[in-house]
Design a protein around this ligand. Structure first.
Ligand SMILES: *Cc1c(COP(=O)(O)O)cnc(C)c1O
Length: 357
């Protein structure tokens, strides 16, 4: 039996941001957080929603040394018709959390229970869901290995928590296409590794390539496979899609690519709009070939933060591809409009992807 969620409200609520146009991402947090603890032999216990604040950890906590840590990211949206607040496919995030847990030798937590915890927390933080178009309340479920032992083995103690950050509109001045470096030295994931998990180590390992790319004027890095440096994987915290000959193409997940929920949703939307969707290994040489033939018409990243991020330029070594005349392409625009419409209740949701809070 999973524990009931106790609610202890803060006596010092913070002032909500008054100017929602300057919210940004992940800089302000709401008043409360959800927490539940796990101990071997006892299972999950002590579920609670408590005031947001620091968490006590032993300096020897395994998460701090061996990065036994996983997380998720999803958003609560205020419906544009005023009919309340809804989450987008939260059970997919809960399932992915459990898949990451499995790979990182961490305990799983019942999917329905995770979704119930998200809903309970958003209910308490209702007033923290911003109103301005394009804004949302970002939820960050996280699990860390706690305890007080330095041995290299799976911990016997864990903390699962959810924090909330009101988030600004990703695009303030219309959709700005990004400039991407196709990375030819560093790699993100290798077969048999942890590329398909949302786990801290993947991001720590990516920082150097990202920083070097930023120094050279790029917004993001497109990763190639770790064995041959040849097949497209993904960008930053987004999956990658190409439109070639009118077909939507993306790389297969296998165990190197994060199985994005936005990716999966867009693949379905595209197929239902009558597009051919191809999920297969994509050689970077094939992208250049299509570009030269003029059949590569769009490239874009997909992920919860931006939904869609159109690519204006991709550079590989000394070669460059310029796309869509520096604007968002028609496929990216159509996918964006439909998906954001469903997320905010402006477009009917025939898929049952949204869950009212
Ligand atoms: C979270 C994430 C994505 C996108 O997943 P969504 O579920 O669409 O938000 C893609 N790649 C990486 C590496 C990620 O961390």
């Amino acid at each position: 039996m999973l524990p009931e969620i106790k609610i202890i409200k803060t006596e010092n609520p913070k002032a909500k941001p008054t100017d929602e146009s300057t919210l940004g991402f992940g800089k302000t947090f709401s008043d409360h957080m959800f927490m539940i603890e796990y101990d071997e032999g006892q299972g999950w216990h002590d579920a609670r929603i408590v005031p947001y604040g620091p968490i006590p950890l032993y300096p020897a906590a395994p998460v701090l040394h061996y990065a036994q840590e996983i997380f998720e990211g999803l958003k609560a949206y205020r419906r544009t018709d005023g009919n309340g607040i809804q989450l987008f496919r939260p059970e997919e995030n809960a399932k992915r959390m459990n898949n990451s847990a499995e790979r990182m030798c961490m305990p799983t937590l019942d999917v329905d229970y995770q979704v119930a915890a998200m809903k309970a927390l958003v209910k308490v933080e209702e007033e923290w869901v911003p109103h301005r178009p394009g804004t949302s309340l970002y939820l960050r479920p996280t699990m860390i290995a706690t305890g007080n032992e330095l041995g290299v083995h799976p911990s016997k103690h864990y903390l699962y928590y959810i924090i909330c950050a009101p988030s600004g509109a990703y695009y303030k001045n219309g959709m700005a296409p990004v400039r991407i470096r196709i990375e030819d030295r560093y790699v993100r994931a290798v077969r048999g590794g942890i590329g398909a998990c949302k786990t801290g180590g993947n991001y720590a390992a990516s920082l150097k390539a990202g920083a070097e790319a930023a120094k050279d004027g790029f917004d993001q890095v497109l990763w190639l496979d770790g064995r041959e440096n040849r097949y497209v994987q993904e960008v930053g915290a987004m999956n990658m899609m190409f439109v070639i000959d009118g077909k939507l193409m993306t790389a297969p997940i296998e165990d190197c690519i994060l199985p994005g929920i936005t990716r999966k949703s867009i693949m379905q939307l595209a197929a239902d709009k009558g597009m051919i969707v191809e999920e297969r290994p994509i050689d970077i040489a094939e992208i250049f070939e299509a570009y030269e033939k003029g059949t590569l018409t769009e490239a874009f990243g997909t992920g919860t933060a931006a939904v869609i991020s159109p690519v204006g330029e991709m550079c590989y070594k000394d070669r460059s591809m310029k796309l869509s005349g520096g604007k968002i392409g028609p496929v990216a625009q159509a996918m964006y409009d439909t998906l954001v419409g469903i997320q905010t209740g402006a477009v009917e949701d025939p898929y049952n992807w949204t869950t009212p809070v």
